[in-house]
Write a protein that binds this ligand. Structure first.
Ligand code: A2H
Length: 255
């Protein structure tokens, strides 16, 4: 990790169903429960197709001072304690702990997403010490997300391993949301093809593809959807971040 603080936008993905675990349902009753995904690309949220967690990851449900519940990594909880998320400065407020696997298959409502509901799915490269350990998936513009989704779509054994229902995975396709010169309107799909990436575990080449797509999208991309359609990504990014935060669909988070 670098020495510079990184400012993310937390995308509040609202749980539409509670985890099926004794006692947890009571703890969460009548409250709004969110999976907060840390992103550097808030302008891509129109293209969300699913949410990623690390199946073996340890997550904590936190009670926020505004009444909401967040399920996130303990690493992010400790950071949030110094950013005004909880009642008492420097302290977290914990309700219970969960495994990533407890969250898999839950439907969420994701801000700005074109799909009405999307599902929590497993990705083995999610880091528990970066962001919140919750990652929103935009396969049109993030090579890691595209490859993660394609692994689940193409590999029946992988879906079986995690007990995934086909309907959580197969209906969801990358959505064209940004025109990136040299890459077309599905930049991550194009980059994965060019680099012949066949698995979410091809980390080095995925890293290179991510870098290429991120730079090209940021400097030359033009948004194709939403209220900022026709605007360059560079300009739309800040506006969409502000919109998400002002409407309560997002929140600022640094680490
Ligand atoms: B980005 P940086 Cl469309 N583990 O959001 C693995 N990846 C994580 C993570 C974690 N714990 N927390 C956040 N991320 C991802 C969107 C996106 C992202 C697009 C394109 C590129 C991109 C949709 N996924 O990131 O290491 C999140 O994915 C490329 C930089 O802190 C987050 O932004 O620089 C990004 O990594 C943060 O990466």
């Amino acid at each position: 990790e670098g020495v510079q603080p990184q400012e993310y936008t937390l995308i509040k993905m609202k749980l539409l169903k509670l985890p099926d675990i004794p006692n947890v349902a009571q703890l969460f009753a009548h409250k709004d429960v969110f999976l907060p995904a840390a992103t550097l690309r808030p302008e891509t949220m129109y293209g969300q197709t699913n949410c990623w967690v690390l199946p073996s990851g340890d997550y904590t449900a936190y009670q926020l001072s505004n009444g909401e519940i967040y399920i996130a990594s303990p690493h992010s909880g400790r950071n949030m304690a110094y950013q005004d998320f909880f009642e008492e400065f420097g302290k977290t407020s914990e309700l219970c702990t969960l495994k990533g696997s407890d969250l898999i298959g839950l439907p969420v409502k994701a801000p700005l997403a074109q799909y009405e509901e999307i599902f929590v799915l497993p990705l083995l490269t999610v880091s528990m010490v970066k962001g919140t350990g919750i990652v929103t998936s935009v396969p049109s513009d993030a090579p890691d997300d595209y490859r993660g989704l394609m692994d689940l779509k193409e590999k029946d054994a992988l879906r079986a391993k995690f007990d995934l229902k086909d309907e959580w995975v197969l209906p969801f396709e990358p959505i064209p949301i940004i025109e990136t010169p040299g890459f077309g309107n599905l930049a991550a799909v194009e980059a994965c093809k060019r680099h012949k990436i066949r698995s979410q575990n091809d980390k080095d080449v995925l890293g290179r593809a991510k870098e290429e797509v991120y730079k090209a999208g940021f400097y030359n991309g033009v948004l194709q959807v939403g209220e900022m359609a026709g605007e360059p990504v560079m300009k739309a990014k800040t506006k969409i971040r502000e919109h998400l935060i002002n409407t309560g669909m997002g929140r600022s988070y640094s680490e």
